[in-house]
Each structure stands twice: as C-alpha cells, then as structure tokens.
Design a protein around this ligand. Structure first.
Ligand code: HEM
Length: 437
C-alpha cells in the first residue's frame, strides 16, 4: 500500500517515530480522540493503516457496506489477517443469523419476561443490602438470563463458563498492543482453553437436544433454531449460540452498570421509576414491559451517554473509498458511537443525562444514535436487550433503594465495554420480604 503522502489518506497526529500514537491513546483514550476530533475533523488517521470515523453518515455507510467492502470477523489476536477466511466465516454467519433472528424478535423476547424477572430477583436476593461490585452483579444476572434464553433448564454451568470467558478476554481489551495468536504466552493459552471448554459444553447440549427433542418441546432459542432450519449443522448451531451468548452477556451488563450509576445519583428519578413500576394502585406486582415509558427512556438515554460498544471495528477487504478517502485491503476503520452521541451538532445539551428528551420520539437525526450498530450486522439481540434492560431498570427501582459509596468518584472506563469503573452499590430492599435468598 502506498504511503500516506501518496494516497488520499486522512490527516492525523504523527506521533512518536517508533511507538506512534499508541502511548498517548493508552494514557487517555477518549481524551486523545476528542483532541484529534477537534484538531483534524470527523475523519482522522491514527497510523498508516488505521482511521477513526466520527461522522454519523460515514459511520452508517461503513456499517451498511459490511460484507461488501468491509469485514468484521477476524480470528482473535491474529496479526496476519486472513481476509478470505473472514469473508467465508461471514457468509456462514449471515445464514445462521437469518435463522436466529425471529427467535430474538420483540414478541419472542416478551415470552420470557417472567423468567427474566425471577432470575433478577434471585441474583439480587443474594446481593441485597450489601455493598457489591455492580458490574460483577450485573454480569451474574445477564449470564443467567441469556444462558436460560438459549438453553432453558439445560443451561446449568454455562453462566460460570461465560464469566470465565469474559475474564480471559479482559487482558486483551485492556491494551492496544497485540501479539501473534501462535505465541504460547499464558494469556493466549488461557483464552483458547476457556473458549474450548465453552465450545465443548455447548456442543454437548446441542447434540443431546438434537436426539431428545420433539418439535417445540422447549421454549428456548436452541429449540427454535433446531426446528427453524433442520439443515443447520451442529457446528453452525453451536457457533451461532456461542456468538449470541457472548453478545448477550457482557454488553448488557455494562449498560445496566451505567443505569445503576445514574439511579444511585438521582433519587428523584429512582422514585419516579418506582411509581411507574408500581402503577397507580401502588402495588408491588412485577412491572409489565408494555407500560414503562420512563424506564425505556432511561435505557435509551443511558445507551446514548454510555454506549457499551463505544468503538466498532471494520477492516477493508478490498481497495475502496469512504467519504473520498482512499482505503486499501487490511486498512482498519474505528467507528465511535460515543463521540457521535455527544456531538452538539446532533444533540442539544449532549453531555446532560435527560431521559425526558425521548418523550416525543427520537430527539436527533437517525444516524446520530447507534448504540446497536447498523446495517447487515446490526445487533442481533437489540429487541431482547431493550426489553430486558427496561424491565430490569423498572424492577430495580421498584424493589430497592440504591446508594453507592463511590458513585461521585467513578468514571467511565474506555476499555472493552464502556462502564463506570469499579462502581459499588448497596441495594436496600424497599420491602425487605422481597429480597429472596
Ligand atoms: C445493551 C445491550 C446491547 C448493546 C448496546 C449491543 C450492541 C451491539 C452492537 C453495537 C453490535 C454491532 C457491533 C458491530 O457492528 O461491530 C452488536 C452485535 C451483536 N449483538 Fe448486541 N448489544 C446488546 C445486547 C445484545 C444481546 C442481549 C444479544 C443476544 C441476545 C446480543 C447479540 C449480538 C450479536 C450476536 C451480535 C453480532 C451480530 C453480527 O455480527 O451479525 N447483543 N451488539
């Protein structure tokens, strides 16, 4: 690929002659990106192969062209990218994705409301009235919720494996420095070992179900997939559910942690949510997702201010252009919903948390709000996620008074999934009898 001087390559900071911009980025990721955005505009380069895009329309264009000019699936930690392999994986995934989509629709998701709340009550019951790490608690909930969504009663053991997988992934997301996947360093070995254990467990459940299941015998995503397209191989079903388990666990937990952060700092909002959940009669029956406009607005606003997927990656699979800039095969695009969601060109009072802005529909141009991505690879679980997060927000406000010893000092962490770092909170039951062990 021609050097940046010889092609139409976006401007950007030159950085250190050897280490480039990585040390500055690592020291303060969002501060560095804000600075570059101010200095160089909506599209700027990070190095000879990497471009950041903060423009909503170009971001949508890049997401919409995934599968044509851009790919998203690359083998983890593989510095020598195999674009052909990535394209083949994408083709297989897209047909599995189409089969799974109706199993994650709004109406299908609605059938699991009661079970979602039972799982939340059980997890919160064991955390009630103690100061707990919020992200860990929320992950315990989302892991059980998504494992049961996929496998019903066969899900035992899966939430523990999901937690291990997230822990094994953390060392990689914490740093921008990559090492080749074949390097036998402990964190690689641990990561691949954990992946194998999860894959083996999933394969075991899928095979067992294939021989024992009668049509529609269970009400879970695995049954749905097996009957939606009997031609799907066990490998395809397993890897599809693997992706859904991974997507449906850490990201929603990060969003819930940000929601708890806001509720702990806003007693009036928590009281309004409590009233909405309890209804005019003030009862303590579980809230109904269909009638929770305030809780849903809190979810939308949280995903605007703290999009857990604050950075998305695409790799050019061919020589192409975006917004007039030239890209070659292997060049990388980094798309940044966080900065788009806080841009005063699209949002009034962009840094203010104001659920009220959602009361009359979407308050900004469509492309300026993309917590779930866009295009052919838009989040597969968005309907389920909005429903579960709305119900959960409502139920937490209905059942608990939330306080936090460190809410005022916690700051969002731009590592992996965006969430307030180290947030701790106490969930004191409003009706102590509700906190079931
Ligand atoms: C707050 C909750 C969630 C947020 C903010 C979120 C966000 C996203 C985003 C931004 C993407 C696109 C990434 C990209 O284009 O690079 C994505 C993809 C995905 N999400 Fe979600 N997600 C959430 C919940 C869920 C849930 C509950 C599930 C599972 C039921 C799920 C499953 C997936 C899957 C499987 C993909 C990959 C889709 C593909 O590549 O075709 N997500 N998510």
């Amino acid at each position: 690929m021609a050097r940046r001087e010889e092609r139409n390559w976006p401007p950007g900071p030159r950085g250190h002659w050897l280490r480039g911009n990585t040390p500055e980025y690592e020291a303060d990721r969002i501060g560095f990106l804000r600075h570059c955005h101010r200095e160089y505009g909506d599209v700027f380069s990070f190095d000879e192969q990497t471009v950041f895009v903060i423009d909503p329309d170009l971001t949508h264009e890049a997401l919409a062209r995934t599968g044509q000019s851009f790919v998203t699936e690359l083998a983890p930690f593989d510095m020598r990218r195999n674009l052909d392999q990535a394209a083949a994986r994408a083709t297989a995934w897209m047909s599995a994705r189409r089969a799974a989509w109706p199993g994650l629709s709004r109406s299908t998701a609605a059938t699991t409301d009661d079970r979602t709340l039972e799982i939340l009550d059980a997890v919160m019951g064991s955390s009630a009235d103690r100061v707990v790490d919020v992200l860990t608690t929320m992950r315990a909930f989302t892991a059980r919720a998504i494992a049961e969504y996929c496998f019903g009663p066969d899900s035992a053991g899966i939430p523990g494996l999901l937690s291990e997988t997230i822990r094994a992934t953390e060392p990689f997301t914490a740093s921008s420095y990559e090492f080749p996947a074949w390097l036998p360093i402990p964190r690689h070995r641990h990561f691949f070992h954990t992946q194998r254990r999860l894959a083996d467990a999933l394969t075991g459940i899928v095979r067992q179900r294939r021989v024992s299941s009668t049509p529609a015998s269970r009400n879970d995503l695995l049954d749905f997939l097996l009957h939606a397209d009997p031609a799907l191989s066990d490998d395809t079903v397993t890897s599809t559910l693997h992706s859904i388990l991974m997507g449906g666990h850490g990201v929603p937990a990060a969003a819930l942690t940000s929601i708890v952060w806001e509720l702990a700092r806003r007693p009036q909002l928590a009281a309004d949510l409590h009233d909405e959940a309890s209804g005019p009669a003030g009862g303590d029956a579980p809230p109904s997702a269909a009638r929770l406009p305030l809780a849903e607005a809190v979810v939308q606003e949280t995903l605007r201010l703290y999009p857990p997927a604050w950075l998305m990656t695409r790799v050019a699979s061919t020589a192409t252009t975006l917004g007039g800039w030239s890209l070659g095969p292997d060049d990388e695009l980094l798309l940044n919903p966080y900065l788009i969601h806080r841009d005063p060109r699209w949002w009034q009072r962009p840094d203010e948390f104001d659920p009220g802005r959602w009361s009359n529909g979407r308050p900004a141009p469509g492309p300026a709000y993309l917590p779930f991505g866009a295009g052919p690879r838009v989040c597969l679980g968005s309907a389920l996620a909005v429903r579960q997060l709305t119900l959960t927000t409502s139920r937490l406000a209905q059942c608990f008074t939330i306080t936090s010893p460190n809410a005022s000092s916690a700051v969002p962490e731009f590592v992996g999934r965006l969430a307030p770092a180290g947030l701790r909170a106490r969930f004191r039951p409003v009706h102590p009898s509700r906190a079931r062990p």
